[in-house]
Design a binder for this molecule. Structure first.
Ligand SMILES: NC(=O)c1ccc[n+]([C@@H]2O[C@H](COP(=O)([O-])OP(=O)(O)OC[C@H]3O[C@@H](n4cnc5c(N)ncnc54)[C@H](OP(=O)(O)O)[C@@H]3O)[C@@H](O)[C@H]2O)c1
Length: 265
């Protein structure tokens, strides 16, 4: 992918940083976005030492409503055309709905829902004009799982991202643009440290966990072949299938028992 630029949100850690490593190996130039500038600069240094690519960092808080347009304006100023957009930044908000203040809910929705859609709205038209481009929206197995008590908005947001990606995929395919919803299950990253559930999730079987390396390599392969949705790993695929075919009440009963053990209030 010589001379093509990929924009990755949430590139300072976890799945986003792994996207940066793997896309750099494939020759993509990179624009890395997240809040922690020092982490982005560290990653930039490693990437340009090891690969002959250009790499720019743009520290932004995507829960700020102006951030998406500012990223787009920055690309215009730099003369960069984005050919791949990886909407990845995100976190979980544990606790019951009313125990979390509105600003926290608002920021999460702005980051994981509005920003995903707005960045796509900003960068997709040029991909469509060029008849070439890739959009990867990092959703989650949680988007297919039944609702849980606690983490009240997370599953709803990820379901939205899957549906949105699916609709855009159908529109985009005749314009040479590939759109994929990537749906990992439990993945070793900073995610559970950030939301304070590491001790709880450490009690889960290691068989349920995947590496960011595997999640991302499967995600890149999926968007290259224009797969609409990729659920990572056979265990996660089996869970999604069971959720679809078993009666709702049975699934909810089974989930409530197991989720309650890992619920942070
Ligand atoms: N890990 C899992 O088990 C798992 C499973 C399914 C889906 N996912 C999804 O995978 C995606 C990536 O998560 P991860 O597991 O890689 O977690 P992570 O290691 O905690 O990385 C999250 C990334 O998002 C960035 N971010 C958070 N808030 C931001 C904000 N307001 N503005 C800009 N960037 C922000 C963080 O950077 P800064 O802190 O520097 O801003 C970081 O780079 C998320 O959408 C998550 O929902 C994760």
């Amino acid at each position: 992918m010589k001379n093509k630029w990929a924009l990755i949100t949430g590139a300072s850690a976890g799945i986003g940083a792994e996207f940066a490593h793997q896309l750099a190996v494939k020759g993509w130039h990179l624009l890395l976005v997240a809040r922690r500038e020092e982490k982005l600069l560290e990653l930039q240094k490693k990437l340009i030492e090891n690969q002959s690519i250009n790499c720019l960092v743009l520290p932004k808080d995507l829960s700020q409503t102006s951030a998406n347009q500012e990223i787009y304006n920055y690309c215009q100023q730099q003369g960069i055309q984005i050919s791949m957009l990886v909407n990845n930044a995100g976190y979980g908000v544990p606790g019951d709905f009313d125990s979390v203040d509105w600003k926290t809910h608002h920021d999460m929705l702005q980051l994981m829902l509005t920003s995903v859609v707005e960045l796509t709205h900003l960068f997709y038209p040029n991909m469509k004009n060029n008849q070439n481009g890739f959009v990867i929206n990092v959703a989650s197995l949680a988007g297919f799982a039944p609702p849980t008590a606690g983490h009240t908005l997370y599953g709803a947001v990820k379901s939205f991202v899957i549906k949105f990606s699916h609709s855009l995929h159908l529109e985009a395919k005749e314009h040479g643009v590939h759109v994929t919803a990537l749906c990992p299950g439990f993945t070793y990253t900073e995610f559970h440290d950030v939301n304070g559930t590491r001790n709880m999730v450490n009690k889960m079987s290691s068989k349920l966990w995947m590496s960011a390396n595997d999640v991302v390599s499967q995600g890149i392969a999926a968007v290259e072949k224009n797969q609409v949705v990729l659920i990572n790993g056979w265990r996660n695929k089996a869970i999604a299938t069971l959720v679809k075919i078993l009666p709702d009440r049975l699934v909810r009963f089974l989930m409530q028992g197991s989720v309650a053990k890992f619920r942070k209030r």
